[in-house]
Design a protein around this ligand. Structure first.
Ligand code: ZN
Length: 101
């Protein structure tokens, strides 16, 4: 950056006058009272326009089960690595590929 290219403070301030963040407008859920994006499903209860669109209870359960399985896998791998350090790098890619499919 050369001095020739430097903007004045006023030029910089004028440009930055449009950088202020706006507070997001949120609607209140009619079912549970939580705030959610307008024209979007409530992320707390899965309702939209007084009707259940997504069963959030089942979704959160499935997510926790998935995270638990992942945690168990990581803990299992951590326990295996000190015993067989040479075999671990070969085994891990195949385990990941099997889970993706
Ligand atoms: Zn809700």
């Amino acid at each position: 950056m050369v001095i020739r290219m430097r903007h004045t403070r006023a030029h910089t301030a004028n440009r930055r006058s449009h950088h202020a963040l706006k507070t997001p407008t949120l609607a209140v859920c009619a079912n549970c009272g939580a705030k959610h994006r307008p024209h979007h499903m409530c992320l707390e209860c899965g309702f939209y326009k007084g009707r259940m669109v997504v069963d959030m209870a089942t979704k959160t359960q499935a997510r926790e089960a998935r995270l638990k399985a992942k945690r168990d896998m990581i803990n299992g791998e951590a326990a295996d690595t000190p015993e067989a350090a040479s075999e671990a790098p070969e085994e891990t890619p195949t385990d990941n590929e099997a889970e993706k499919k």
